[in-house]
Design a protein around this ligand. Structure first.
Ligand code: BEZ
Length: 251
């Protein structure tokens, strides 16, 4: 799936929880000073910076030119490269590949796993978290129903949300042994009264791309109405994230 046209400052302002939750995943990565680490989907570079602070040598990779530009401005002493997670090849090999909140955008999942496997040294580790099976299911259902009611059209959400079994099979096929896999719910609080609308505009723009401005606004209001019961709790919007967390070793 093509990613949205990211706006790095809006992303950092309104969706800083991505970095905050990513810190839990960093603990699982446990970077060591001698490690060479590749951070796939580095975004604005904040987690890449934390990896570098451990003393490890790190390269941040992202497919968004806006994000890479922002990461380079934020952290000029770190190496960042513009590349597609499903189509990259580097001369260097890495002790670990890390990826937080990115791989649900990568629909060429098998190609991405093949690239990741090739990038790792034997015994190297892959530590990742992203949307797993059932991620954002309530949001997607409300978007689908609303667009159907307004236009009679069916939309595809286009994200890649695999089950543990599906993803483990891909990893094994490409020479990675799964040591840990966990699929868990993490309802995530959004900022402000327009939190759900802002999330949909920031991350879900592709689902609305064929709509006129007027129909898009109608759809957003309809979606909010449908979700209010389940996803608006004590005056706060929550998105129904379900994470797939993986640790695998290269054989
Ligand atoms: C996620 O982190 O699960 C996610 C973020 C944006 C769009 C879809 C999923």
């Amino acid at each position: 799936m093509a990613q949205p046209n990211w706006n790095p400052s809006l992303y950092d302002q309104k969706h800083s929880f991505v970095t905050e939750y990513g810190k839990e995943l960093l603990a699982l990565l446990a970077p060591q000073p001698a490690d060479r680490i590749l951070d796939i989907g580095c975004g604005t570079g904040h987690l890449t910076r934390l990896i570098a602070d451990s003393g490890a040598r790190v390269i941040g990779l992202d497919s968004s030119p806006q994000m890479i530009e922002s990461a380079r401005q934020n952290y000029p002493d770190i190496e960042f490269m513009l590349a597609d997670a499903s189509d990259f090849a580097l001369d260097a090999k890495f002790d670990a590949v890390f990826s937080n909140a990115t791989l649900h955008w990568v629909t060429r999942a098998e190609e991405a796993v093949a690239c990741i496997s090739r990038a790792l040294v034997r015994g190297g580790r892959f530590v990742a978290e992203f949307g797993g099976k059932g991620n954002t299911a309530n949001v997607i259902a409300a978007v689908r129903e609303s667009i159907r009611e307004l236009t009679r059209r069916e939309i595809q959400h286009g994200w890649y949300y695999p089950s543990i079994g599906e993803y483990a099979a891909l990893l094994e096929k490409h020479g990675l042994a799964v040591r840990y896999a966990h699929l868990f719910d993490r309802p995530t609080k959004l900022e402000g009264e327009d939190g759900m609308r802002n999330w949909l505009i920031m991350f879900g723009s592709r689902m609305f791309q064929d709509l006129s401005d007027e129909t898009r606004q109608q759809a957003l209001s309809l979606i909010e109405g449908k979700l209010r019961n389940k996803q608006y709790v004590d005056g706060e919007w929550f998105v129904d994230y379900r994470r797939l967390r993986i640790v695998a070793d290269k054989l």
